[in-house]
Design a protein around this ligand. Structure first.
Ligand SMILES: [Ca+2]
Length: 224
C-alpha cells in the first residue's frame, strides 16, 4: 500500500468515523432554500448529492459539491427521514479556511419536526471553532458536528448562515435510530419552537450578545 493511498484511506475513514448508529439521512430526499447557485459546482444532481453517502472535500470547483453564493440571510436544508427517528448527531461536511474568500459557515443550527412545521431547536455548531484555521493555497474541508441531540423527529432542518458570501457542503449525516415507543420517555424534550428562520436568527443573535452562542452547541473537526 503506497503512503499516499494510506493517507487518503485514513482521511476518508476519519471523515466517516461516525458512531455505531445508522446514517438515517442516507439516500433520503431533501429540499433547500434558496436554490444552489454557485456557478462552478451547481448541477442537476444538487438535489441528491447531500445525502448520497459520498464526500469529496466540498471543493467549490467540484460538481459533487452543493454551493450557494450570497444566500440571504441563510441556507436552509430540510431532510425527510421518512419516519420519526431518534436522533443523536448531525454532521455537515463543508469547507473553509479563507482561500478564495471561502469561509466555514458562521453557524449551522439543527431543528426537528414530526410534521415539517413548528420546528424545535435541537442544537448548533459554530464556525468559531475553525477561526484559527487559515490557508493561503486551498480550501480546507471540515465537519461541523451537532452532537448529543437526543431528540426525535422525522424532518431535520439545517439553517446555515454564511461567514462571508459563500457556503459549500457535499454531505449531511443524521446519526440515530428508527424511533421506538420504548425510547420515547428517555428522549430529551427540545425547548423552543421556531416557525420561521427569522425567529430563530433573532434568538441566536440575542444569545450571541450575551456571549453565549446558545445553550446547546456542537463542535467542528477538520477532515484532513
Ligand atoms: Ca455527497
Amino acid at each position: 500500500m503506497s503512503k499516499l493511498f494510506f493517507i487518503l484511506l485514513v482521511s476518508f475513514t476519519c471523515c466517516f468515523s461516525a458512531s455505531a448508529t445508522d446514517n438515517l439521512a442516507l439516500q433520503k430526499s431533501y429540499t433547500y432554500s434558496p436554490k444552489p447557485n454557485y456557478p462552478l459546482c451547481t448541477d442537476d444532481s444538487d438535489s441528491v448529492q447531500l445525502t448520497d453517502g459520498k464526500s469529496f472535500g466540498s471543493k467549490w470547483t467540484e460538481k459533487s459539491t452543493v454551493g450557494w453564493r450570497k444566500p440571504e440571510p441563510v441556507v436552509e436544508v430540510v431532510i425527510d427521514l421518512g419516519q420519526i427517528c431518534s436522533i443523536e448527531e448531525v454532521n455537515i461536511h463543508t469547507i473553509g479556511g479563507g482561500w478564495a474568500t471561502v469561509e466555514f459557515p458562521e453557524f449551522v443550527a439543527v431543528l426537528l419536526s414530526d410534521t415539517n412545521s413548528h420546528f424545535k431547536f435541537a442544537g448548533l455548531a459554530s464556525g468559531r471553532d475553525f477561526a484559527d484555521i487559515r490557508s493561503t493555497n486551498a480550501g480546507i474541508p471540515g465537519i461541523m458536528i451537532i452532537e448529543n441531540i437526543n431528540a426525535s423527529g422525522r424532518f431535520v432542518k439545517l439553517v446555515a448562515r454564511p461567514n462571508g458570501i459563500n457556503i459549500f457542503m457535499d454531505e449531511i449525516l443524521v446519526l440515530g435510530k428508527i424511533h421506538s415507543t420504548s425510547q420515547k420517555s428517555s428522549l430529551r424534550k427540545t425547548s423552543e419552537t421556531f416557525d420561521t428562520n427569522e425567529q430563530l436568527l433573532a434568538r441566536i443573535e440575542a444569545a450571541c450578545k450575551n456571549r453565549r452562542l446558545y445553550a446547546i452547541t456542537g463542535k467542528c473537526h477538520l477532515c484532513y
